[in-house]
Design a protein around this ligand. Structure first.
Ligand SMILES: Nc1ncnc2c1ncn2[C@@H]1O[C@H](COP(=O)(O)OP(=O)(O)OP(=O)(O)O)[C@@H](O)[C@H]1O
Length: 583
């Protein structure tokens, strides 16, 4: 079961079975969630007092006289299944020494039915991995012990383990708020059996001590972490999920007077109590939503558990109590811790990541598909053979050469049509303009706008061709103006001078034409007058000789007559024309 965002840490109580269960002091209410504790006032303080003080704790469940299987079902299963989906999860046991934390987490080795949450969780993980064939899982184990404020790798003895590096072990912060333990070995596991072997190996390395309340008392805190990574086999997705499943068996708090610990066991007890009291402070801070600082770094235990207590983690706490009257103060203390823990908020989210290698492959595939799509569009738009590959050096050199030839005049148009006699006739009007390269045909307007290249080359004096990263070159007129102002300025100057001379000569021609036309008009009027005079003379009986001369003149073709008149006119005008500059 995955906690909803904003819900609280789940807390259940488990009591160690005892023949001396203090029924009059500890009461489990029928709702299965509430525990009431009644405590007599302390008679040792000098006042004989039989008054009872009562406390009531409402939690998420009470596990009283229940089997290991039921405990796993109500505590562990949901967290394990969540971890397989990519949610971080923590199952943690807390309570006084001898209350049954190790029994709950690891269980008893004598009987298979008494195996605890950890072996059952490992079994469930590998059972699910087998069932979920549409996903590829990778599972690793690490086993950390915190003993007297020292980090210990419980799997360092496993064959092939690289051992701790020169920096030693340390809790390190990760980007995103998580923590990891530098120097802690991580062991790949492919089966339940292999995982149980590692668990057994680690358990063997744990430090156990004996005192009055527990002859096999854990003298350290232990965190077994199952690291899970899952990738879909069906979707070729670059995304994958990871999770950490922390199974935490804390050392138990102990009243030194009651346990009678001495020497090393006493020293251990002091470390245990100190770290548990820092854990309580951290939980208090986490439970108080007005506080933004949580003192995780005060001790190795809280630092290592930083990302396992609520927050992004699906957390379940089992508060183990030892329900005898003599342990009522410890029971009360455990239940107070439990009710504070219940106020800690959780906001579990799937740890989704993107595989960079797969992401690159995916993008390459996408580019390929887009190219295919583009090529279909080009075909439909009658622009076949277009290439969108980056230009090779040869292609760039070829374009440079084309532009040079254009500037030298061997290409007639700036759009890339070859002008020399060897070039073939341009293909049909539908065909794109192309230049041939060693390996492929690339349309000029596709590989680089030629206008723009020319523009760049003029600027750089043809020595250094710059491919400006723009797809919109300046208009032809603008580029030509630039050319005239810069590289073509000398040609432009000569052109302008010639233009002036040409204009002068045109004006002169216009004047001459006018003179000719005026003379022609005079000749015409003279000729008309002559005809009129001749007609008059004829009618008055002129001599036969004159008549014959006039007849001969009339028989001359009209074009010859006009020419004779023109020549005569120009002779008349030659004096005035010689005043003008020669054409
Ligand atoms: N629910 C239970 N059913 C049967 N036996 C139990 C149960 N809980 C605890 N025990 C027994 O009680 C004894 C102490 O339990 P355990 O070692 O698990 O306590 P603990 O809380 O881990 O103590 P410590 O903090 O000192 O390590 C063990 O012998 C264990 O088998």
């Amino acid at each position: 079961m995955i906690a909803h965002p904003g819900s609280e840490v789940r807390v259940l109580i488990r009591s160690r079975p005892t023949a001396n269960f203090a029924q009059e002091l500890i009461e489990y209410l029928p709702d299965g969630q509430t525990v009431s504790v009644h405590q007599r006032k302390d008679s040792r303080k000098g006042v004989v007092n039989n008054q009872l003080s009562s406390w009531s704790f409402r939690l998420d469940g009470v596990l009283h006289d229940v089997s290991q299987e039921e405990v796993y079902g109500r505590v562990g299963r949901g967290v394990v299944l969540g971890a397989l989906e990519g949610y971080n999860g923590t199952v943690m046991c807390f309570g006084q020494t001898g209350a049954g934390k190790t029994y709950t987490m690891t269980g008893a080795t004598e009987n298979y039915k008494q195996r605890g949450i950890i072996p059952r969780a490992l079994q469930e993980v590998f059972h699910e991995v087998e069932q979920r064939s549409d996903h590829a899982f990778s599972v690793h184990l690490s086993f950390l012990e915190i003993y007297n404020e020292t980090l210990v790798d419980l799997l360092a003895s496993v064959r092939g383990c690289p051992g701790v590096g020169p920096g030693g072990m340390a809790v390190v912060e990760e980007a995103g708020g998580g923590v990891s333990v530098r120097g802690l070995s991580l062991h790949p596991v492919h089966s339940e059996e292999a995982a149980l072997n590692l668990l057994f190996e680690g358990e063997m390395n744990r430090i156990i001590g004996a005192h009055a309340l527990n002859k096999n008392s854990s003298r350290s805190h232990c965190i077994l972490t199952v690291h899970i990574e899952s990738r879909s086999r069906t979707l070729s997705d670059a995304k994958y999920v990871t999770s950490k499943l922390n199974l935490v068996d804390l050392a138990g708090s102990e009243r030194l007077g009651k346990t009678g610990s001495e020497g090393q066991v006493l020293k251990e007890a002091m470390y245990i109590n100190k770290s548990l009291s820092f854990l309580e402070q951290a939980i208090l801070a986490l439970a108080d939503r007005r506080r933004d600082h949580v003192p995780f770094r005060q001790t190795k235990l809280t630092h290592a558990l930083k990302d396992s207590l609520g927050g992004n983690c699906n957390t379940v706490l089992v508060a183990n109590i030892y329900g005898e009257a003599s342990q009522i103060e410890e029971t009360l203390s455990t239940l107070r811790f439990a009710s504070r823990m219940k106020c800690v908020q959780m906001d579990p989210v799937v740890n989704e990541h993107t595989d960079p290698v797969l992401q690159v492959r995916k993008l390459e595939k996408e580019i390929q598909l887009l190219k295919q799509e583009l090529s279909i569009h080009n075909t439909l738009a009658n622009r076949m053979g277009m290439s969108y590959d980056t230009l090779s050096e040869t292609q760039v050199a070829e374009i440079q050469s084309q532009v040079r030839r254009y500037l030298e005049g061997s290409l007639d148009e700036i759009n890339g049509r070859e002008h020399d006699t060897q070039s073939q006739e341009p293909q049909g009007p539908q065909e794109p303009l192309r230049t041939e390269y060693t390996h492929t045909y690339v349309p000029l307007y596709n590989i680089c706008p030629v206008y723009y290249m020319c523009y760049s080359m003029h600027r750089d004096n043809m020595s250094d061709l710059v491919f400006l990263p723009s797809s919109s070159p300046p208009p032809k007129a603008e580029a030509f103006e630039d050319f005239k102002a810069e590289r073509g300025s000398e040609i432009n100057r000569i052109l302008k001078e010639n233009k002036v001379v040409l204009l002068e000569r045109r004006a002169r021609l216009r004047e001459l034409t006018e003179c000719v036309n005026t003379a022609k008009r005079e000749i015409d009027s003279t000729s008309t007058a002559l005809h009129q005079w001749r007609d008059k003379r004829q009618s008055q009986g002129m001599g036969a000789q004159n008549l014959n001369a006039q007849r001969a003149f009339n028989q001359t073709p009209s074009c010859q007559r006009d020419r004779a008149i023109m020549i005569a006119s120009s002779w008349d005008l030659s004096g005035s024309c010689s005043q003008q500059s020669p054409v």
